[in-house]
Design a protein around this ligand. Structure first.
Ligand code: ATP
Length: 242
């Protein structure tokens, strides 16, 4: 993990979020500091994805605060949150299947109006993901699951975020491919990007994270050192419901 000189902090305070009238988060508190990899773990339906959706502006809090570098972002439109330096790579991947790899990447930089700058970022993506370079003219829908996940991450990085949020990056992937995805997460973090990751593969998540928040029925049940949780399988399974 590389610490950066900037003081980028994401703070979530007493966050309540619902879907219509149904409450999903009941007062979540968390803090993520520059250069960290933090994992959100917890049982299915605990509210992990909802936390990410609220931070990225896809869902609006019913109460509570979300601040990024001291600025309140809870009411901000999603594209302004991207401009402010937060990118969200959602669980469903959502690459555009009928567009090429290169077109998907270019659209990831939609807030950047400068063609030369967009091309520079695509060059960085191809350097980081050589397999995407090899397949740059291939339609995204014809990529393997692992390649689509790499493309989704590469596309999220096209906005040059300071905080990258990944929702279930290894979902549906082979163990080998999941390892590759987590190697990429490590590498991205080593380049100074802060990472918040939601992951069912708790072992992978805790291997790359320094800290973890355990989410339980819309609340943070615990905040722990990742190494501590990895070394205490009983505690971990108690949190995750076996
Ligand atoms: P999983 O790992 O299964 O994705 P999660 O911890 O990410 O779980 P969320 O997806 O955040 O959990 O869901 C939290 C709660 O909100 C759950 O009770 C879920 O049923 C509900 N929920 C999630 N999405 C919606 C939606 N679009 N409409 C209504 N309720 C939803």
């Amino acid at each position: 993990m590389t610490a950066t000189s900037t003081k980028e902090t994401l703070k979530v305070e007493k966050l309540h979020v619902g879907y219509g009238k149904t409450a999903a988060l009941h007062g979540v508190d968390m803090e993520i500091n520059a250069g960290e990899v933090v994992a959100l773990i917890g049982a299915n339906g605990a509210g992990k994805s909802t936390v990410l959706r609220a931070i990225s502006g896809l869902l609006k809090p019913s109460s509570g605060r979300i601040t990024w570098n001291g600025q309140s972002i809870g009411a901000m439109a999603a594209d302004r949150i991207v401009s402010a330096g937060i990118a969200h790579c959602p669980e469903e991947r959502h690459v555009w299947p009928n567009m090429t790899v290169q077109e998907n990447l270019a659209l990831g930089a939609y807030l950047c109006r400068d063609k030369t700058e967009t091309e520079r970022r695509i060059g960085i993506a191809f350097h980081r993901f050589p397999r995407l370079r090899e397949r740059h003219r291939q339609l995204a829908g014809t990529l393997s699951g692992g390649e689509q996940q790499m493309l989704a991450i590469a596309r999220a990085l096209m906005s040059e975020p300071r905080l990258l949020m990944l929702d279930e990056p290894s979902l549906g992937l082979s163990p080998k491919m999941a390892d590759e995805v987590f190697d990429v997460v490590r590498e991205i973090n080593q380049h100074g990007v802060t990472v918040l990751v939601v992951e069912q593969n708790v072992h992978n998540a805790l291997s790359v994270a320094s800290r973890a928040y355990v989410v339980e029925t819309g609340r943070v049940a615990a905040s722990k050192d990742a190494a501590h949780l990895l070394n205490d399988p009983e505690l971990l399974s108690a949190y995750l419901g076996g």
